[in-house]
Design a protein around this ligand. Sequence first.
Ligand code: PLP
Length: 278
Amino acid sequence: ENIIFNGEIIERSKVNIDIEDRGYQFGDGVYEVIRVYNGKLFTKEEHINRLYESAEKISIQIPYEKLELIQTLEELVQVNQLDTGIIYLQLTRGSFPRQHGFPKSDVPPVYVAYTREMPIPKVSMDEGVKGLLIEDIRWLRCDIKSLNLLGNILAKQKAAESGCFETIQHRGEEVTEGSSSNVFIVKDNCLITRPVSNLILNGITRQVIIKLCQENGISFKEEIFTIDDLLEADEVFISSTTSEVMPIIQVNEKVISTGKPGKITRKLQQLFQQKIGM
Ligand code: PLP
């Protein structure tokens, strides 16, 4: 299996990550997950742009050109003969004797990327899944796609233990986002999602969905909504790179509307499939 290590495609078993890598010790780094459909990277520019933005927000300088990065990722997909799956990539602040403050400025980031086969979750997308409400205990810079994911991990584990696919996090009454997804509701034929701020990640899938609404005359607004709005919604779905448009048919004990994926959710799933050419 081939991977990318500091810009070079090499055999996975040849990689050496230092025990004092700051990603390992502090979660001090940023990452992306990019979907690969039919051997092609979906919304690659958007993901790479977000990677550079996340890195900039925590003062990591990426020592590669964006185009160079994309080309190597495409080469990796080719040599690994990946058809449907994902690319995971991360950059840490590098390796340095442990101290909280940044290392000297000449310490280069450590960059790793690999591919994984991952089918489209067709059955769940058809039938819908359950969500679990949970207080959002994460830090106040959820706009950064940081390797530090403890809050998200603890939330996701709670969901799994409750037989749910995903958590729906809230700060007080306000819904923020899933543990690895954005949340949408439909009320009176209008799609609603929370506006971007420091409290959520601006999902690339979220952005694709907003564009699909604009292109197809689906009424849409970015507005803060509450737990009550969610429970009383006509439709609920979450969005992410790996889950695409995933219907939520139950939240805690409350069945959403008829308990089936809703009309607008279905429509967006269709439009999304068209967009990716499947
Ligand atoms: N919010 C969080 C916290 C995430 O981790 C993710 C993705 O993993 C998303 C939202 C959705 O983002 P995207 O659509 O870019 O995958």
